[in-house]
Ligand binder design. Structure first.
Ligand SMILES: Cc1cc2nc3c(=O)[nH]c(=O)nc-3n(C[C@H](O)[C@H](O)[C@H](O)COP(=O)(O)O)c2cc1C
Length: 224
């Protein structure tokens, strides 16, 4: 079982980094093959919105994203970690997320993978955005195994035994969900099917040339 830990905070020695280390240790102890990717150490350019990936399946920008996309498609599950900034996910993670939206999300290349989202905030805000974006929920449709949202204070308190225990339990649940290939539950399955119907009926069908690569992927999956 391959678990990819994605550290999205630009503060590479901060609270998120501490959570990533805890997750790495726990997942490794449970027998997973674990790798941590630090987004701050990768070259990630802004998505220019040319939409050519929808048609061709590839992005014309020259940076470290192709390697990251390959690492993500090879993984069985993710632990995605980042702190809240201005009641939202931090800009570095958002930049990365925009780059996977149409390359991995629309073609549904992550739909069978499981995700644990770990976020933190100084005092308040950003919980919903963290769950949706770190959980790779909206366009990527991964199976959300869990979301932990910690309040750290400013200055940041170090992770204590209670936090370690909660991260340990959440990582164990992620490993179990991957092993069991846990489904998304009736509500999740219905919402995913509705999304697919809307996209198929009202978006792809109207512009098949624009969405050629996405349609190819959906056909391979039997969704079209
Ligand atoms: C630019 C910036 C904006 C922030 N915005 C918020 C905020 O809106 N609400 C809040 O409670 N904490 C905010 N914080 C505090 C962080 O959410 C908190 O320190 C978090 O643990 C950071 O995780 P990190 O150590 O991984 O970077 C902000 C921190 C920074 C640097």
């Amino acid at each position: 079982m391959r678990i990819l830990i994605i550290l999205g905070s630009p503060r590479t020695t901060g609270f998120s980094a501490e959570l990533a280390k805890l997750a790495q240790a726990r997942a490794t102890a449970l027998g997973a093959e674990v790798k941590t990717v630090t987004l701050a150490q990768r070259a990630i350019r802004d998505c220019l919105g040319c939409f050519s990936c929808l048609r061709t399946g590839a992005c014309p920008l020259d940076d470290d994203m192709p390697g990251l996309l390959a690492e993500m498609t090879a993984a069985d599950g993710f632990v995605v970690v980042a702190g809240v900034r201005n009641e939202d996910v931090c800009a570095l993670y958002k930049r990365f997320y925009e780059r996977i939206t149409y390359t991995l999300g629309f073609p549904l290349l992550l739909e069978d993978k499981h995700t644990l989202a770990l976020s933190s905030v100084g005092f308040m805000g950003g919980k919903g955005a963290s769950r949706r974006l770190l959980g790779l929920q909206d366009v990527c449709h991964t199976r959300l195994s869990g979301h932990l949202h910690f309040t750290t204070g400013i200055p940041t308190r170090p992770a204590d035994a209670r936090i370690t225990a909660r991260v340990d339990a959440a990582v164990a649940r992620l490993v179990r969900d991957i092993e069991r290939r846990a489904g998304r539950g009736p509500v999740g399955a219905l919402s995913f099917a509705t999304d697919r119907f809307i996209m198929r009926r009202f978006v792809f069908g109207r512009h098949p040339d624009v969405y050629a690569a996405v349609i190819r992927s959906w056909r391979q999956k039997g969704y079209m």
